[in-house]
Design a protein around this ligand. Structure first.
Ligand SMILES: C[S@@+](CC[C@H](N)C(=O)[O-])C[C@H]1O[C@@H](n2cnc3c(N)ncnc32)[C@H](O)[C@@H]1O
Length: 188
């Protein structure tokens, strides 16, 4: 049996955890659990923040589905896609929408701008990414060779986070929490 509580383990790992100039944006999900899964993945992969357009589910849902990790990630709430766009502009954040759009680029060939702050936008389960955000972002899709035609939105976020953090790790010492950023030219 473990002698440490989950929070004690988080607090210990946090001291050596990496944090990247990487955020996620969620769009008024219809399934509350998906936000919790995104928060969990964001905390596991070292995101700087999760942006939530619309409302947040009750804390008990977040706690049970995120493994309490919602307390370890910065959550920024925005009233509308427009408000989120203003936040992104003010903070010089490069926006990338996960979307199966005809003009989208495959995640395999897309050159993520790792020298900038970036935010991956994942869409509503039925409505997708709001048009206003699509018009102001790069569009990137995940290839799906199987029968299904669309991933669950939180699983889509997981794949993007895995892919981007893999690319960060291939760079020399980038984005270390509490540390100077070296080598990759991260502009802050
Ligand atoms: C269930 S899908 C939404 C499908 C929606 N009915 C539509 O047609 O736009 C939820 C979100 O997951 C993301 N997504 C799902 N599969 C994807 C893929 N293969 N590539 C990129 N994004 C994907 C997109 O952000 C999408 O808006």
């Amino acid at each position: 049996m473990r002698s440490e509580t989950r929070r004690e383990r988080y607090n210990k790992k946090r001291q050596v955890a990496q944090e990247f100039p990487l955020e996620i944006c969620t769009c008024s999900f219809q399934c509350d659990e998906n936000i919790a899964y995104v928060l969990r993945a964001a905390a596991c992969f070292g995101c700087a923040a999760v942006n939530v357009i619309g409302s947040l589910p009750q804390n008990r849902i977040l706690t049970s589905r995120s493994g309490s990790l919602q307390d370890y990630i910065q959550i920024n709430q925005h009233a509308s896609p427009h408000n989120f766009l203003e936040y992104a502009r003010e903070n010089n954040i490069h926006l990338i929408s996960a979307e199966l759009d005809e003009s989208a680029t495959s995640i395999h060939s897309y050159a993520f701008p790792l020298d900038k702050r970036i935010c991956i936008i994942v869409g509503h389960e039925t409505l997708g990414v709001p048009v206003e955000l699509l018009l102001n972002s790069d569009k990137v899709f995940i290839d799906m060779p199987g029968t299904g035609y669309s991933l669950n939105t939180s699983q889509c976020a997981n794949i993007f986070l895995y892919e981007i953090t893999k690319r960060y790790r291939d760079l020399p010492a980038v984005g270390l929490r509490n540390g100077a950023v070296a080598g990759a030219g991260f502009a802050g």
